[in-house]
Design a protein around this ligand. Structure first.
Ligand code: ADP
Ligand code: 5GP
Length: 204
């Protein structure tokens, strides 16, 4: 039986650097598929339809929920975000690894439905640095920044649900840690027992 791909879920507070780390990861591991989420949030400057997100309205999003097209979904800061099921399941079934960059609510839904996933939590070097990053990114109002920091505190309470953590201090270091996690998961005996037996036992 062909080995399925591994589902990696990268989670962490807004502004910690999930997008930045995943983008860098794909430069060194281009074979990994990045799931593109659907969202009802407005497109920001520099974002591309079908690359950054699938930008849809609430009705379309609700239709996707209704027809069971989403692997998970959640309301984050007033907008809906969800992972389209089709692409992820097709790729995993073909044996390709997939990465999801989603919020904690979504990660917990995936954990329920797909416990074989590998759950990685990205942490800031400090809460002060998290604030700096959100401020420097220059995307959020003062009110929103406080909301995001409060949420970050609550999200960290769920850290025990994750398999790995990475402190995103130096970007290259954080990307290297994620690469190491992916490589380690690919070497897990329990994922490849059939292949190993076929390779080394059946010829004797
Ligand atoms: P998220 O996707 O988690 O919301 P982003 O990837 O948008 O976070 O990053 C938030 C801000 O932090 C961006 O301005 C990004 O350039 C910056 N950033 C990301 N990683 C690092 C890092 N290791 N060191 C310093 N700044 C970083
Ligand atoms: P942003 O609007 O800054 O792009 O994303 C806001 C938050 O939504 C981030 O924490 C991001 O990880 C999360 N997010 C993006 N896509 C999804 C998704 O498909 N599902 C869930 N649950 N969260 C998502």
């Amino acid at each position: 039986m062909k080995r399925k791909g591994t589902l990696f879920v990268v989670c962490g507070p807004s502004g910690v650097g999930k997008g930045t780390v995943c983008k860098e990861l794909l430069k060194v591991k281009p074979e990994i598929g990045l799931s593109i989420s659907a969202t009802t949030r407005e497109r920001r400057k520099g974002e591309t339809e079908g690359v950054s997100y699938y930008f849809i309205d609430r009705n379309e999003f609700e239709d996707m929920i209704e027809s069971d097209e989403l692997l998970e979904y959640a309301e984050v800061y007033g907008n809906l975000y969800g992972t389209p099921k089709k692409y992820v399941l097709e790729q995993l079934n073909k044996g390709y690894d997939i990465i999801l960059e989603i919020d904690t609510q979504g990660a917990m839904q995936i954990k329920e439905k797909y416990p074989k996933g590998v759950f990685v939590f990205l942490l800031p070097p400090s809460m002060e640095e998290l604030r700096n990053r959100i401020v420097t990114r220059g995307r959020d109002s003062k009110d929103n920044i406080e909301k995001r920091l409060k949420c970050a505190n609550e999200e960290i309470d769920f850290i025990s649900e994750y398999d790995y953590y990475i402190i995103n201090d130096d970007l290259t270091g954080a990307v290297n840690s994620l690469v190491s996690i992916i490589e380690a998961e690919r070497c897990k005996v329990k994922n490849d027992i059939c292949k190993l037996i076929k390779m080394y036992k059946e010829e004797i």
